[in-house]
Design a protein around this ligand. Structure first.
Ligand SMILES: Cc1ncc(COP(=O)(O)O)c(C=O)c1O
Length: 401
């Protein structure tokens, strides 16, 4: 047997970074640990009975079809439902714009596979979604981070970055943004900045990748239009997913792009899984057809809105002076900044000893910075766990200040 496979690895495989998060998450599995580290939806929201009823009917009425391979683009009833779901924001979207994927994570992989050669530039927020960083680094992208503030990616700095690159005759392959209640920071890109982002993307002829799993989970405040709605030049690729508004276990999501752009993406997906599961797609399509998705989103919004309020109250009550955090108006996460000089990575060990866990902010920075930051999840822990967990975390921070 070949003991060491490493010499056989491709250059791309060698570049796949094992996620720091996954390593740290192993430590959080002890039952006594209160974990703010995962990004899991609350399982009590999963509509188990409705899925059971729909699944049985599909198996009874068209079981042999449901258990067969399907087209790579996805099942037409689901593409139709999603086209009208997305058309609520921008009329004119047709099933041809929609490619069903096995999770948005696959959408990221498809885009990376289609666009990125080794050394190609991808511009993204600082911090940004770790799964995006992982997908792009597997294709050996050179990632350039643009800092964000509490209104999202800073457009003055994006402009500087794009201008600097243009002077060197370099053009990014795309600009990756998570504009709504961003994972990890919970920050939302303002409408003014969305418009500016499009202007810059048009001026520099760079596509935008709008990854928005949390958009529908707004608890308060006014929604900003999705970037694709403001786009007049067909320059935006959108990733949407059922994971946070329905359930992640079906592994269903969608990629929306101009019709002429989707051909290559379909071929890219073909070699990944041929097609996403037919059965799951029929379940999701029927769930949407029955009008169950909106009420389901309402249930999730209420629960997460309450949990977010409890976490914010606990942070205010327990955290020592000098610690700051975002106050997201939706989504699953908030972002904590420790006073300069403190290091969330070294603090992690003490936190685990006190049976509380978070994700170190550094993991979300494509430039390796952000040592004094952490991401906290409020969707998964119970309300009691949130209060007790923040109390423990605050005590760890205070002791290490
Ligand atoms: C910004 C972002 N994109 C993509 C994903 C992947 O989602 P999916 O479960 O659809 O693969 C996540 C999951 O947390 C996410 O936060």
């Amino acid at each position: 047997m070949i003991e060491d496979l490493a010499p056989f690895y491709s250059k791309n495989a060698r570049n796949i970074r094992s996620s720091v998060i996954r390593e740290l998450l192993k430590l959080t599995r002890k039952p006594e640990v209160i974990s703010f580290a995962g990004g899991l939806p609350a399982p009590e929201t999963f509509p188990v009975e409705a899925i059971e009823e729909i699944s049985c009917r599909i198996l009874r009425e068209k079981g042999r079809f449901a258990l067969q391979y399907g087209p790579t683009e996805g099942e037409m009833p689901l593409r139709e439902e999603l086209a009208s779901w997305m058309a609520a924001s921008k009329p004119g979207i047709v099933p041809g714009n929609i490619l069903i994927t096995s999770g948005s994570q696959q959408g990221l992989d498809i885009v990376a596979k289609v666009f990125i050669d080794p050394g190609d530039i991808v511009v993204m927020e600082l911090p940004s979604y770790i799964g995006g960083i992982q997908a792009f680094s597997a294709y050996r992208a050179k990632m350039i981070g643009v800092p964000q503030d509490n209104r999202g990616m800073r457009m003055d700095l994006l402009e500087k970055t794009l201008t600097r690159l243009a002077k060197r005759n370099k053009k990014p392959k795309f600009i990756y943004v998570v504009p709504d209640f961003q994972n990890p920071s919970g920050v939302t890109l303002t409408e003014e900045r969305r418009r500016r982002l499009l202007e810059l993307a048009y001026a520099h002829e760079v596509p935008i990748l709008e990854d928005s799993p949390y958009r529908d989970l707004r608890f308060k405040g006014q929604a900003h239009p999705p970037i694709y709605r403001l786009d007049t030049q067909n320059q935006v690729i959108v990733l949407g997913t059922f994971s946070k508004i329905f359930c992640p276990g079906l592994r269903l999501a969608w990629l929306m792009a101009p019709v002429s752009w989707t051909d290559k993406m379909v071929v890219a997906k073909q070699s990944m899984d041929l097609a996403s599961p037919t059965f799951n797609q029929l379940i999701a399509a029927e769930y949407m057809r029955q009008g169950l998705l909106l009420p389901q989103i309402e249930v999730i919004r209420k629960l997460y809105g309450r949990k977010r309020a409890i976490m914010l109250k606990a942070l205010k009550e327990f955290m020592p002076k000098g610690v700051r955090w975002t106050k997201p108006e939706g989504g699953l996460f908030l972002w904590v900044k420790l006073p300069g000089g403190m290091n969330a990575t070294t603090l992690f060990k003490s936190a685990i000893e006190e049976n509380v866990a978070y994700v170190i902010g550094e993991a979300f920075h494509c430039n390796g910075k952000g040592q004094n930051t952490m991401r906290l999840n409020f969707s998964f822990p119970s309300e009691e766990q949130i209060i007790e967990g923040i109390r423990r975390l605050a005590s760890v921070v205070r002791k290490n200040m």
